[in-house]
Design a protein around this ligand. Sequence first.
Ligand SMILES: [Zn+2]
Length: 433
Amino acid sequence: MFEPEIERMKTDQIKKLQEERFIRQVRHAYENVPMYKKRFRDKGITPDDIRTLDDAYKIPLTVKDDLRDHYPYGILAVPLRDVVEMHASSGTTGIPTVVTYTERDMRTWRRLMARTYAAAGVTSEDIVQNAYGYGLFTGGLGFHYGIQELGAMGVPTATGNTKRQLRMMKDMKTTVLAATPSYALFLGEAAKAEGYDPLNDFNLRIGMFGAEPWSEEARKKIQDTFGLRAHDVYGMSELYGPGVAVECEHQNGLHIWADEFLVEVIDPDTGEVLEEGKKGELVFTMLTREAMPLLRYRTKDLAVIEWEECECGRYHPRIMRIKGRADDMLIVGGVNVFPSQIEHVLMNIEELAGEFFQIVLEGDILDRLYVKAEVEPKFFKSDKYDAAKLKKKVEDELQAVLTLRARVELLAPGSLPRTEGKAKHVVDLRHKT
Ligand SMILES: [Zn+2]
């Protein structure tokens, strides 16, 4: 453990620390962010009404649009001269979501990232290849800072330049790969195409994968390809970046660093707080962040939270795997469809190259759902390949899960564009009214 005195805290100790910090943070946000002061007033409350963690529900929720509406510095709670770094994520609306950090915020983030690596089993002896994008995106620098804080060796390859990436992986004797899961899958495929034997030519033992949802099938494929243990890392730029939660070596849920993040689970439709064990949308309050103290931030991620001791000795609550994002859900002809359901079906059909697929939605009055999937290279070349038969099999299996008929198009291996960042699995061409 990187910070055993915090990581070993019992549930009641964690909650006591959360409560002290929460009360202080609410006051900080109220006194220094006009948006919060106005919202508290509109609801007829002041920080004096927040005396325990159970009072959290009284505070209005914060959403991503609040950050855009107050672009660029509207949620800043400290003088601009105290800010030492900013990051931004691009949104579909064109206005970036900007996040800011003081020196103390940066120290906190670095510690959280070091803890995150260590919980996954990474040590100062490791050689960590960081294939996340560097720049305004928090992934690259977040994973970079954690390597330094932990005292491991960094190989800052960033995303892309795949040939050099693979060469570094082999020659530097990289032991840990940090990347998006889709890029890790892509690297596995590229390595084989370049003539590497990923199990024997590389020295990987741990993978730190995050920034996008991924399935258990994708995990198994990455683990089998590289012979490593793949860990899910959770975070988002609004909450420092990566390092909010991570799977320990037991890979049984993601520990939320609860000394820094208060988590609640709400009903995404009503906003009501749900009792423990119920599935709902995760809402986070950053307990010590100075520059941008977000209160009750809605993530759109749907999951169940468990507060129980883990085999690793930590009591920090666990996210029992993200079940899909509320805004990822597609409504096709009145039926709810999660892209992860389609991925699950495709990954389990051995004649397909599971991760290389695309969902295309078309239609103005009636929705049409197309699924394009690449055929597995070896099978594609074999005499047994019968496109019509395979197409029907895929359509039937999708129908069994989705309860609606998708039209399947089988593609030759390598047909879909290969991403070097996050995978784009859904293309919605429907006319929005
Ligand atoms: Zn654990």
